[in-house]
Structures are given as C-alpha cells and as structure tokens.
Design a binder for this molecule. Structure first.
Ligand code: PMT
Length: 413
C-alpha cells in the first residue's frame, strides 16, 4: 500500500524521518511531500534517501521549465493523488490546518489534500497558544467533521520554550492511526449498505409540519464512512441542511410513507440496513390545504405511521444485517433492549438523548451498541469517528463470537 507523508514547516519536521522509517517497517510504500517551509527544517534529500522516491514540494517542474513542462508536471502530480491509500501530515502546522479547512490549494501539499479521495490523517504540532487559539480549534472541528483523522499533540516542554499542548504525537500513535485507516480500506467492499438519515416530516398544512430535531449528521457520517470503506451506499434521507456525501446514491424523501416506499423498494439490494433516521411515529389524520388560522385552542387528531424497521425485518433476506437506532430519554438500556427484541433487529444503536452536547444535531455522540446478549458503550467522540466504530461492531456481527449467556457461562453463537 502507498502512503504519502506530508511534512509542513515546524520544528518537529525532523521527526517525520522517524515516521517514514516506522511506516516502512509495516511494508508500506512511503512517499514524501514537503512544503517550502518544511525545507527550512530538514532537506528533501533526507526523505529521498529514506524512501527511494523523489520528494515533491512544488506543483511545477522547475522555475526554469517552459509552460508545457510545468503543466505536464502539475497534471502528473495530481494524478499521483489518485494512487495513494492514505495521506498523513506530520507535523501539521496551524497554517496547513487552516488551508485544509478552507480549501486553499497554493502548494503541492494543500493541492494534494483537495485532490485525493484517500483518507487523511493529521498530526498537529505547534506552539501551545497557537494550538489553543479559537481559529485553530475551529479549523480542527471542520476537518474532523470532514472525516479527517486527528492525532492530537502531546503535552510537555515545547521547542518555543513554553510548556503545554502542541508537541507532535509519538510516532507510534501516528503509525497506529495510519494502520487503523488502512485496515478499514475496503473491508466493506462487496456490501451494499442502505442507510436512513434525518427526521421525517408530517405536514399539518402548506406551511407547518410535525418534525423532530434530527439533523441527519449521524446517518450522513455512517454513509461517508461506509463509502470510504468500499461499500456501495444508498442513503435515504429526510430533509437536512447537509451536503450529499460523495459517491452515495442519495434518495431524498420527506414523509414517513415516502421513506418507507424508498426503503422497501431498494431493500433487496442491501446486505446491511442501518436505520439512523428519526422517523415520525404519528401523522395528522387530515391535511389542511390552506394555512390553519389562529382561532383559539385546537385539537389535532393523529394516526400512527408505518413502522419501517419492523417491515424491513419482516422482509429480511438471508444474511442481511438489520440495525436500528433508538433515541431514549430514560431507562435507556431497558427501553433499547425492549425495542431490539420487539422489532427483531440484529442490533440497536442506543442514544441517550437526555445528555447535553451529544445526540440530536451535535457533531459528537456517545452510544451503546446493543445486541441480544451484549451492551457495548462507545464513549463520546465525533460522529465521524463513531460511524467507523459502529461499522466495526456491525461487521463483528458477521463473525462467530463468544457470548455470555444468562447463566454467565460462555457459549458459542
Ligand atoms: O440526526 P442527528 O442529529 O445526527 O441525530 C442522530 C439521532 C439521535 C437522530 C440518531 O442517532 C437516532 O437515534 N436515530 C433514531 C431516532 C428514533 O427515531 O428512534 P426511535 O426509538 O423512535 O426509533 C427506533 C428505530 O425504529 C429507529 O431505527 C427508527 O429509524 C425506526 N423507526 C421508528 C419509527 C417508525 N415509524 N419507523 C421506523 O423505522
């Protein structure tokens, strides 16, 4: 597998040589890209000697080259972006993180970031005040929400003479992050994953609807992660403010009935179904064709909607995995397990939505992955990271496992 190490201009640039060697020990074909500033700290010759490959730092062939040569070089370099399995930037300076976050492509490294579809890992390193600055933290949040893996810096004595967070993470931690990303590559290849996301809406009149607080972020994060891991993804989405994930088949719907039709008409294609959508349980019995006037107290009669998850389970194909979500505010595990058994899903991803800062419409989440016999707490993390953890647990359902029976003895399932 081919990994490109991006080196940007910080004092920790010299540690990138150790990273290159450590990655090579895992039989990876390592290439290096440097910013101009990085060359002030360590020479391209060091990396070229270690890797046996030319080190790229400019989009252009050379300042003296003619325009045809420069254009050919730029195209060749960008084509190179399509052949890598991961890009790891270490050290990633505050400037490089800002350029990545804002899509500024003014040198080879930042252009490569925009041009590649491979997973990206960044290991920031900088002065403690720069690390803590609101701008840097905001840029990191943007990148985390774009599925960029962040290997946080360590704390200690910094080259600038200050003490605090900002020291490049240990080489081992960076290598581990790279290997984890590569391990995920294509482990869902051959799977078709149907994911529902967002909150369905049931109209009351032409301007009002019954809805819920789902932003779709959890479902979209799952769709992006599944696609990145090689799955074909069908994303049936209620209205959201999110950009459609690249390379997913997006099926926009509004109501529960539309979501049901969209899901059931595609269900036979799916090997894995993940129902992350928050589906309206009731709809108004009558839909007013005019805006309802304010005329004092009003009673709205509601009828139950279709239970899509139960219908999916009823039509289950051999080998198909069906995963539900549950949003609970009290006795979460008991209610979640009850839902799992009642609906007949293989697992339920349980959200305790009474907790502040996670669940609905936040960028972070913490869940319990519930099966008939197990309850695994996945602690708070970004929805992008959580999506990968959930997919790992789903894939784990395919493997024969040892489970603890009610008697506490271990049985083979
Ligand atoms: O979208 P975000 O802002 O990122 O928030 C994520 C989330 C909290 C919405 C999501 O992670 C979540 O918990 N989704 C499920 C919410 C929900 O509707 O739970 P429920 O307990 O009401 O439903 C249980 C399961 O049955 C769900 O898989 C749901 O999709 C399904 N269902 C529910 C009702 C219905 N009529 N048909 C269904 O298929």
């Amino acid at each position: 597998m081919k990994v490109t190490v991006g080196v940007s201009g910080g004092i920790a640039a010299y540690k990138a040589a150790e990273l290159v060697r450590a990655l090579q020990q895992h039989a990876l074909d390592v290439h290096v890209v440097m910013t101009e500033a990085a060359k002030q700290f360590i020479t391209p010759l060091t990396f070229a000697s270690l890797t046996g490959h030319k080190v790229i730092s400019s989009l252009w062939a050379s300042p003296a080259a003619d325009s045809d040569a420069n254009l050919a070089s730029a195209i060749e370099h960008i084509e190179e972006a399509q052949t890598i399995d991961a890009l790891v930037v270490a050290p990633a300076t505050a400037g490089v993180l800002a350029k990545f976050a804002h899509g500024i492509a003014d040198d080879f490294l930042t252009t490569l970031y925009l041009a590649t579809t491979a997973p990206v890992i960044v290991a920031p390193s900088m002065n403690v005040n720069m690390w803590q600055h609101a701008a840097t933290q905001a840029n990191l949040e943007v990148l985390a929400n774009r599925s960029v893996r962040i290997v946080p810096p360590g704390t200690g004595y910094l080259a600038c003479g200050m003490t605090g967070a900002g020291r490049l993470a240990d080489t081992g931690a960076i290598v581990e992050a790279v290997l984890a990303v590569l391990h995920h590559r294509n482990d869902l290849s051959g799977e078709t994953v149907l994911i529902t996301a967002g909150g369905t809406r049931e109209a009351l009149d032409p301007v009002r609807f019954l809805g819920n607080r789902s932003s779709g972020k959890m479902g979209y994060a799952l769709a992006e992660a599944a696609e990145r891991r090689g799955a074909r993804v069908i994303l049936v989405s209620a209205p959201t403010a999110l950009r459609a994930p690249a390379n997913c088949e997006l099926v926009p719907v509004t109501t529960t009935a539309e979501m049901r039709d969209a899901v059931l008409s595609r269900i036979d294609q799916a090997t894995i179904v993940i129902k992350a959508a928050a589906v309206a349980d009731y709809r108004p019995v009558t839909l007013s064709d005019r805006k309802l006037k304010r005329t004092g107290p009003r009673t709205i009669e509601l009828e139950p909607t279709e239970d899509i998850l139960s219908e999916v389970v009823a039509r289950r194909r051999v080998g198909q995995l069906i995963i539900g979500f549950a949003a609970e505010t009290e006795n979460a595990v008991a209610h979640g397990r009850d839902k799992l058994l009642r609906k007949g899903a293989d697992a339920i991803v349980l959200n305790d939505v009474s907790r502040e800062g996670i669940g609905f419409d936040s960028d972070r989440n913490a869940v319990t992955f519930l099966t008939r016999h197990t309850a695994l707490d996945l602690p708070e993390m970004s929805k992008c990271d959580l999506a990968d953890r959930i997919l790992e647990e789903i894939l784990g359902l395919r493997r024969p496992s040892l489970v603890v029976a009610e008697t506490d003895s271990v049985i083979e399932e």
